[in-house]
Design a protein around this ligand. Structure first.
Ligand SMILES: Nc1ncnc2c1ncn2[C@@H]1O[C@H](COP(=O)(O)OP(=O)(O)OP(=O)(O)O)[C@@H](O)[C@H]1O
Ligand SMILES: [Mg+2]
Length: 381
């Protein structure tokens, strides 16, 4: 296995054994509809966990897993979400249905042809869905409610007719709340709608993941929120030192103090460990000096690519506050003095930054950056 910046599964996957075992045993249980909500910092390994769980469930013939990321949407519309998700679900069921063609090919087929292609008994199950999907391409005003109902009713229907359980994994779930339709935001209503459908499911379950804590809270944690108590909430945490070591020593001859250095620099966030590892692979020797040099190079050259956009998406006030936290000012008073503003204003912007997953409130009145590598980049720029 070599260092990679892509989500990992199988051989390359490190740590998280306890969580994986729990998830797999719950999800493969055909009598359970309990699902999971994973949350954690950016680049901490949420997608990797979903993909590894999916891989482990592959050998279970009674479960069918569908993975879908909301970030893969291009137009970011409700129609696109429903259309693409429906196709993923149908494709995941292809082996159970004996479908020879991919959903994408089928929905490009004229309806008259489709009937000819889908003439066996199993295929009749999906005919109406395919017909509906094809009609989406033609019609302009679509009943969004019906569309969402059809899409999220599909896994349940297929699971029932094939005597399986469907595990629906939706990555970056909280961004559904930002979905648009005819230029107005309908995301919140859609999340509520999904919940209503979810309550009636007997053979389908949901695994969701998201990065921004407060949005996850909105979707999952508070009692007023749609998915309260129906999903088990798990925070994905940084690697412990032993796992940083495991990842680094597989491909590098590295000393204990070298591991310490990278573990502290990366704060145990696997993405940075993989990245530094990848840069070190090109070097002949991996001394402490070389590691420190590479870390600087990473911040200088890769930091701009990774963090600039994230930084520029903040308002000017938020940026100023983030820079001050990075410079070591952690209380609203210290920050207010530095930016010459009222504490109440600073508090308001700290709240926005927290909602964006940029800043973390460690305890009352004490704030820090969520991502220590981002923090260091901010400090040094
Ligand atoms: N268990 C793991 N073992 C080894 N490497 C991992 C593990 N989990 C994540 N990584 C590495 O960390 C990086 C980020 O992983 P992943 O994309 O799964 O994180 P994420 O939390 O989904 O990120 P994002 O917030 O960008 O969606 C990748 O380079 C991946 O290879
Ligand atoms: Mg991800």
């Amino acid at each position: 296995m070599h260092f990679t910046l892509q989500p990992v599964k199988g051989e390359g996957f490190i740590d998280r054994q306890e969580l994986l075992e729990e998830m797999v045993s719950e999800l493969m249980d055909t009598h359970s509809t309990t699902g999971y909500a994973l949350y954690g910092k950016r680049r901490i390994g949420k997608t990797s966990i979903l993909k590894e769980v999916q891989r482990r469930l592959e050998s279970e013939h009674k479960t069918v897993t569908v993975y879908f990321s909301v970030w893969d949407l291009v137009e970011f519309s409700v129609v696109e979400l429903c259309q693409r998700l429906s196709m993923e679900i149908i494709d995941a069921y292809r082996p159970h249905l004996g479908l020879r063609y991919k959903a994408k090919e089928l929905i490009q087929t004229p309806l008259t042809m489709l009937r000819k292609l889908l003439d066996s008994s199993e295929l009749k199950i999906v005919y109406s869905e395919l017909e509906f999907l094809i009609s989406l391409n033609l019609k302009k005003d679509i009943d969004k409610n019906l569309l969402v109902e059809n899409t999220f009713g599909l896994p349940e229907k297929l699971a029932k007719s094939t005597d399986t359980k469907c595990v629906l994994m939706i990555d970056k779930f909280s961004t559904i709340s930002e979905l648009k339709s005819d230029n107005s935001k309908v995301g919140e209503a859609i999340i509520k709608k999904i919940r209503t459908i979810f309550e009636d499911w007997e053979r389908t379950t949901l695994c969701i993941s998201g990065s921004i804590k407060s949005t996850m809270k909105l979707a999952v944690l508070s009692s007023a929120s749609p998915f309260y108590r129906q999903l088990i909430i798990k925070e994905v945490k940084p690697f412990e030192r032993e796992h940083t070591k495991e990842l680094l020593s597989r491909d590098l001859g590295i000393t204990e103090e070298g591991i310490d250095e990278i573990h502290i620099f990366s704060a145990g966030i696997p993405f940075y460990i993989q990245f530094i590892g990848k840069m070190l692979e090109r070097r002949r020797s991996v001394t402490l000096e070389v590691i420190k040099e590479i870390e600087e190079e990473f911040l200088r050259e890769e930091g701009d690519i990774l963090f600039k956009e994230e930084f520029e998406n903040l308002s000017s006030k938020e940026r100023l506050i983030a820079i001050n936290i990075a410079k070591g000012r952690h209380t609203p008073k210290e920050i207010a003095d530095a930016v010459q503003d009222k504490i109440s204003n600073v508090n308001r912007f700290l709240m926005y930054l927290e909602e964006k997953g940029c800043v973390l409130r460690r305890e009352k009145g004490y704030y820090m950056m969520e991502d220590p590598v981002f923090e260091r980049w901010l400090k040094e720029r």
